[in-house]
Design a protein around this ligand. Structure first.
Ligand code: 4NP
Length: 158
């Protein structure tokens, strides 16, 4: 990150469903709101390293105008906590996994994505073993979190 460019890392378990969707959604919203921010995503597990996002995530996301081009799965590494200003997790298990490997001095960067939304939901549930409606719901929640995070950045950026 440069001194003035904020940065965010979206995190889930596999980095093939929720966090790449959050990355795709937030890239579009940041562009729409003319926000300059570095955006990436990663998973706390490395099962799918190098894989493209799940086809079901891509299908529902592309229907809403989001691009998944070039996104590839990677695992969170310790340097991410220094590099990124915000490390936004999809669920509480992700938060717990992140805090286990996050140096003390950076733990304040780890939060739930939905902590920025007005949503009653706190967590974006894992859609992996469910049907298309689960993927639609995940995207609804991610959009709410992303909108709230846009407002947060707008209120904190000069
Ligand atoms: P994600 O979903 O954490 O939203 O990417 C999952 C993807 C894969 C697995 C679990 C969750 N898996 O067990 O392979």
């Amino acid at each position: 990150m440069s001194i003035n460019t904020p940065s965010v890392l979206f995190v889930c378990l596999g980095n093939i469903c929720r966090s790449p969707s959050a990355e795709a959604v937030f890239k579009k919203k940041a562009t729409d709101h003319a926000l300059t921010i570095e955006i990436d995503s990663a998973g706390t597990a490395g099962y799918h390293k190098g894989a493209a996002p799940d086809k079901r995530s891509q299908a529902v996301g592309e229907e809403r105008g989001y691009s998944f081009k070039g996104l590839r799965c990677r695992k969170v590494v310790e340097q991410d906590f220094e590099k990124y200003d915000y490390v936004l997790a999809m669920d509480n298990a992700n938060v717990a996994n992140l805090l286990e490997i996050c140096p003390e001095e950076f733990q304040h960067k780890v939060a739930l994505l939905l902590s920025f939304s007005q949503s009653e939901e706190q967590e974006v549930p894992d859609p992996y073993y469910g049907g298309k409606r689960g993927f639609e719901y995940v995207l609804d929640l991610i959009e709410q979190g992303a909108d709230g995070f846009v407002q947060h950045l707008k209120s904190t950026q000069p």
